[in-house]
Each structure stands twice: as structure tokens, then as C-alpha cells.
Design a protein around this ligand. Structure first.
Ligand code: SF4
Length: 78
């Protein structure tokens, strides 16, 4: 799955939502989240993010690794 990290917080550009073929990017509070079970790993969202907030799960920068779990937790709590 792809993961959205800190640069999205309070920005919510939403260009990624337009690109996602399976509509698995959701708005939640201060940022957007990618549903880990619905994402098909197509990568279409990554290049359109103006602030490079989106990463493949194995490529999330170390300082933002907590966002991988936050992404999963967001949907667990719904
Ligand atoms: Fe949607 Fe593809 Fe991005 Fe996953 S990688 S969130 S399926 S656009």
C-alpha cells in the first residue's frame, strides 16, 4: 500500500484523490489517508502530490515512519 505522510497535514491538496482509480484516498481531519486494503499499489497518486507526501510503504522516509501506522489506525478506528 501507499502511505501519506506529514507534508499533507493541513494542506490536503487532493490532487491524489482525482488520480486514484479505485477511490481509496479519504479525507480525515487534518490530512488524507489511503485505505491499506483498497489500495492497488498502482502508484498514480505519488507523482501528482505537490509536496511529495505520498510514498510506497517500504519507502516512507524514516522521520515519517509513524505515518504508516497512523494510516492503518485511521481506518481501524472507523
Ligand atoms: Fe490509489 Fe494507486 Fe495511490 Fe493506491 S497507489 S492510493 S490505488 S492511486
Amino acid at each position: 500500500t501507499y502511505v501519506i505522510a506529514e507534508p499533507c497535514v493541513d494542506l490536503l491538496d487532493k490532487a491524489c484523490i482525482e488520480e486514484c482509480p479505485v477511490d481509496c484516498i479519504y479525507e480525515g481531519g487534518r490530512m488524507l489517508y489511503i485505505h491499506p486494503d483498497e489500495c492497488v499499489d498502482c502508484g498514480a497518486c505519488e507523482p501528482v502530490c505537490p509536496v511529495e507526501a505520498i510514498y510506497y510503504e517500504d519507502d516512507v522516509p524514516e522521520q515519517w515512519s509513524a505515518y504508516t501506522k497512523a494510516n492503518v489506525d485511521f481506518f481501524d478506528e472507523l
